[in-house]
Design a protein around this ligand. Structure first.
Ligand SMILES: [Cu+2]
Length: 468
């Protein structure tokens, strides 16, 4: 008898003993017969079950542990996540501003990225000049809700947790003892935590027909070019104040992706590259168009053809998200660390729910990620991906000296927008370049520039000069 069968035999024996001791109506023979007669079992079958993840005893040595002192010295990797909660004026479509509430001066707040099993030390500070308290409800944690209670202006609060479950998780302001939670979240106080699976992401399998129509399978490495897309709504009065009445009626007038309506659509530089004219718009709505918009000028999401792309999607809003990419099929949909679907046209993401979409753009082209609710599409939920070189710009860009050699995506020339690029994880492919884009305060934008991200509002005039 090997070790495993001996262990199983012990489990059966304990079950029998337990039934006897606690007065079960089953007889010992019945229990023994129903549990395991090891002598008649095929050991290979047990091994197969074990391989499939079953019959494995786990000793949860640290489950539910949230004591910061204990966790800091637990031998696990410790990640500090520091947020500051405060209100600022931020732009909305149409040239106005609204009274935004933020984590660290940006909407959405900074993305936390850890690996399953890491310890997170979550610290929230509220400046003494802030007008209200704020809290942080971290969905990636499993700890007392009391930890999420509000922090007063001028104060700091900390709690710790183990990121036990892999996946995408929202975090959001909990208001002032829950009061105003709706206002704070819908004004901008939300973000995500990405918890990478301890053993990494899985290879992506895509089924297509090849040759004379035979079904074929293509496997892509787990490493992927990653983006984050966070959906929400704005409910505002004409003066830019939060409109609770409109929220209760689900009467939203703006749908935002990473805080902005139509934040990822072409701008004047794309007009120039594609049509040779900065004023010839190439998309139906180009509201953030103009160098004076700086970090708010709309940008596009650039990917390569045949590249494994992974999207981290969260719905922070009050309305469902019918996630669809015009021109594409979602090759795989994952929630938590479990595959939910493959080869899917649209996936429903409810409020405070998430998905990881894996896909490969086979053809050069323009693809539009939408919330396939028409009210949402026309109020801001249209996000443009450009795969490969659909406009045949490589020869022009090389000829004019903008790039040295043909590139696999325009990201090599213009970069991808910083607010759509999550921090690097264990299976991330680095973006060729990152430009500064997002609902950031000027202070946050300058910090990004110091960290080497590209201020396109300074670069584009140079490119335009080279192209002229
Ligand atoms: Cu708040």
């Amino acid at each position: 008898m090997n070790k495993r069968t001996s262990m199983l035999f012990s489990i059966a024996a304990v079950a029998v003993m337990g039934a006897t001791l606690f007065g079960s109506t089953y007889t010992q023979t019945q229990i023994a017969g129903q549990s395991l007669d090891v002598s008649k079992l095929d050991v290979d079958v047990l091994e197969q079950i074990h391989q499939m993840g079953g019959l494995q005893l786990v000793m949860p040595q640290a489950f539910a542990e949230t004591d910061c002192g204990v966790l800091q010295n637990s031998g696990r990797k410790v990640v500090e996540f520091n947020l500051e909660g405060y209100s600022v004026e931020l732009p909305i479509m149409g040239g106005k501003t609204y009274h935004a509430m933020t984590f660290s001066g940006q909407v959405p707040g900074p993305t936390l990225r850890v690996t399953q099993g890491d310890v997170v030390i979550m610290t929230l500070s509220i400046p003494d000049w802030e007008v209200t308290g704020h809290g942080n409800d971290m969905h990636a944690s499993q700890t007392s809700a009391l930890n999420f209670d509000s922090v007063n202006p001028g104060e700091t609060k900390q709690f710790c947790y183990i990121a036990e479950s892999a996946g995408v998780f929202k975090y959001h302001c909990s208001g002032v003892h829950l009061i105003g939670m709706d206002q704070h979240v819908l004004s901008g106080m939300y973000g995500i935590a990405i918890v990478d699976p301890a053993n990494g992401y899985k290879k992506l399998m895509v089924e297509k027909t090849s040759g004379s129509g035979q079904l074929d399978r293509m496997f892509y490495d787990a490493d992927a070019l990653e983006f984050q897309l966070q959906y929400n709504q704005l409910y505002l009065t004409p003066e830019g104040n939060y409109d609770a009445g409109a929220m209760f009626m689900h009467h939203n007038t703006a749908t935002v992706v990473n805080g902005m309506q139509f934040g990822y659509v072409p701008n004047m530089a794309h007009n120039l590259l594609v049509k040779g004219d900065v004023n010839a718009n190439i998309f139906v709505a180009q509201p953030w168009n103009g160098l004076e918009n700086k970090q708010y000028q709309s940008q596009l999401l650039f990917v390569e053809n045949g590249q494994h792309v992974r999207l981290f999607v969260e719905n922070h809003g009050n309305e469902p998200l019918f996630f669809h990419i015009v021109g594409e099929i979602l090759d795989r949909v994952t929630q938590g660390n479990r595959v939910q679907s493959a080869a899917t046209e649209t996936w429903l993401v409810g409020g405070s729910q998430n998905m990881i979409a894996d896909l490969v753009f086979d053809e050069p082209g323009v693809y539009v990620a939408v919330n396939h609710d028409y009210a949402a599409i026309y109020t801001g939920a249209a996000t443009v991906f450009v795969a490969g070189d659909p406009f045949g710009l490589n020869p022009v860009l090389v000829d004019k000296g903008v790039i040295e050699a043909p590139v696999a995506s325009y990201a090599y020339a213009l970069g991808n927008p910083s607010d759509a690029v999550p921090p690097m994880g264990m299976n991330s492919i680095a973006h060729p370049a990152i430009n500064i884009h997002g609902l950031y305060t000027d202070d946050v934008a300058s910090e990004m520039q110091e960290n080497g991200m590209i201020p396109l509002w300074e670069v584009i005039p140079v490119v335009a000069e080279m192209l002229s």
